[in-house]
Design a protein around this ligand. Structure first.
Ligand code: ATP
Length: 239
């Protein structure tokens, strides 16, 4: 028998005041699955992630591990297993060192679990161990993205929501992020990754859904995007 989806959304909408920016969105993510949320600027990717995380007003149902979480606070959604890494690496403390950021991120764990998690994070992101004494603000964009990821993983989420992890990164750095994110597969968590970088999406995703004007307009396997540039161009055309 198959268990419940890691996350399921049904009839989900998102709005700012009276302006609805996502409409009637339904999808499921299986445990361990990496789902790409593909769309151009303004297609509604960030708003959809915000609706899931509880920081953008929404209607519709959302379950995590089979349990309803719509209608509860962002904090309770986090407790239920959702973690959001916002655009622009918003959840790290720039003036603090990498080690200090990680200490804060691991504070909620039992003390006997911290060393194990720290070792896991060092294996996932070796560069963070090398940069331990540097201020987070002094890291490169790719290293900051890895620190933001590490802080989210330390929460051991069921579902990790990543908002445009490729944004502003050079191609060579993108490859490092792809490798690091792929190493997450051993953790068994599901990922929902908002992206408009087709190469990045194709290298990471098990499946994609495409958003346009706040609605799901297509879904498929990311290899279709890499092999048929026409598909990608159509999906990423003006939102
Ligand atoms: P981007 O890659 O630019 O972040 P996106 O696909 O994530 O694009 P959203 O940021 O979710 O798209 O934006 C979807 C729509 O919602 C856009 O029309 C945008 O202008 C609008 N929007 C986003 N944030 C707000 C806000 N705080 N108030 C009002 N409208 C907003």
């Amino acid at each position: 028998a198959t268990g419940p989806a890691a996350l399921a959304a049904a009839g989900l909408s998102a709005r700012y005041g009276r302006i609805e920016v996502c409409r009637d969105i339904s999808f499921e993510v299986a445990p361990g699955e990496f789902l790409i949320l593909l769309g151009a600027n303004g297609a509604g990717k960030s708003s959809l992630l915000g609706a899931l995380a509880g920081i953008v007003a929404s209607a519709g149902t959302v379950t995590v591990g089979g349990r309803r979480i719509d209608g509860v606070s962002p904090q309770r959604r986090a407790h239920a297993g959702l973690a959001l890494v916002p655009e622009g690496r918003g959840n790290l403390f720039g003036p603090l060192t990498v080690d200090e950021n990680l200490d804060l991120g691991l504070r909620h764990l039992r003390s006997d679990e911290r060393a194990g998690m720290r070792a896991d994070l060092n294996r996932l992101f070796p560069v963070l161990a090398e940069r331990g004494r540097q201020a987070a603000a002094m890291l490169s964009g790719g290293e900051q993205q890895m620190l933001a990821l590490a802080l989210a993983i330390a929460r051991r989420p069921t579902v990790l929501l990543l908002d445009e992890p490729s944004q502003g990164l050079a191609p060579v750095v993108l490859d490092e992020i792809v490798a690091a994110v792929n190493r997450l597969r051993t953790f068994g968590m599901a990922l929902i990754i908002a992206e408009q970088n087709v190469r990045f999406a194709a290298a990471l995703g098990d499946r994609f859904i495409a958003l346009r004007g706040g609605e799901v307009v297509d879904e498929g396997h990311p290899s279709e995007l890499a092999n048929h540039s026409g598909t990608a161009a159509r999906l990423l055309g003006a939102a």
